[in-house]
Design a binder for this molecule. Structure first.
Ligand SMILES: Cc1cc2nc3c(=O)[nH]c(=O)nc-3n(C[C@H](O)[C@H](O)[C@H](O)COP(=O)(O)OP(=O)(O)OC[C@H]3O[C@@H](n4cnc5c(N)ncnc54)[C@H](O)[C@@H]3O)c2cc1C
Length: 193
């Protein structure tokens, strides 16, 4: 449930990466030693860094997946330092749409939504997962009338391997929205918001 672009808030000329360090998922059942773990602070830096990276790039959220979706020995990106939780609220086609920061936790974006009198239709009892991680893995569905979190998605900004931004939405490219955003396991590009 994200909307189209807002301008990046800062422009970092050089991506900051940390040296190799260990990464593990929440339970410790998946461990990895990425060559770089990178926390970009703006979409411009994210795009630049992805375009300039060599080798494989994976994006992680809160690391709550039980499988090795985020494990890599090359570059691992976390969007946790990207600014803003709630970037925009607007009405469209009878729906209230909120544009949210993809790397923020469900807890953070839920609090931001609450400040506007809004909420997700359906969440689990754990809310530390990132919004993008929940979107990419079909987190928490309860049935046909209360489907998983990604069912609320209307649009998102995908950063491709070349650093290009693709806005996937149901009006212009419903197929891309399905394939690139709903449950691709992080393989459809980096979800920036
Ligand atoms: C204690 C616990 C409770 C849970 N409860 C539930 C539950 O109630 N219902 C349920 O359905 N699931 C539940 N899960 C599963 C969990 O919600 C999912 O595994 C979810 O993906 C975790 O989100 P995350 O932010 O940790 O993502 P991660 O595990 O970090 O990443 C998951 C996937 O998303 C991709 N990804 C992350 N960020 C981006 C991005 N910005 N752009 C592109 N790809 C990205 C990663 O590459 C990876 O493929 C639970 C897990 C745990 C450990």
């Amino acid at each position: 449930m994200s909307l189209n672009a807002t301008a990046p808030r800062t422009l970092d000329a050089t991506p900051q990466t940390s040296a190799a360090s260990d990464w593990e998922n929440w339970s410790g059942s998946v461990k990895a030693r990425p060559r770089h773990i990178w926390h970009p602070e703006s979409e411009a830096a994210l795009r630049q860094g992805i375009a300039g990276s060599t080798g494989a790039v994976r994006v992680c959220g809160a690391g709550h997946s039980f499988t090795s979706l985020c494990a890599t020995d090359e570059t691992l990106i976390s969007l946790v330092n990207m600014p803003g939780d709630l970037l925009e609220v607007r009405q469209l086609g009878g729906e209230t749409l909120a544009r949210l920061q993809a790397g923020a936790s469900l807890n953070r974006v839920s609090r931001a939504l609450l400040s506007q009198g809004l909420a997700f239709k359906n969440l689990g009892d754990i809310d530390v997962q990132s919004l993008a991680g929940a979107m990419m893995t079909a987190t928490h569905g309860t049935g046909q009338s209360l489907p998983c979190v990604s069912a609320e998605l209307r649009s998102l900004r995908l950063i491709t391997a070349s650093g290009e931004v693709i806005v996937a939405d149901g009006a212009t490219d419903p197929d891309l929205l399905e394939r690139g955003a709903r449950v691709p396991g992080g393989a459809g590009g980096c979800d920036a918001g």
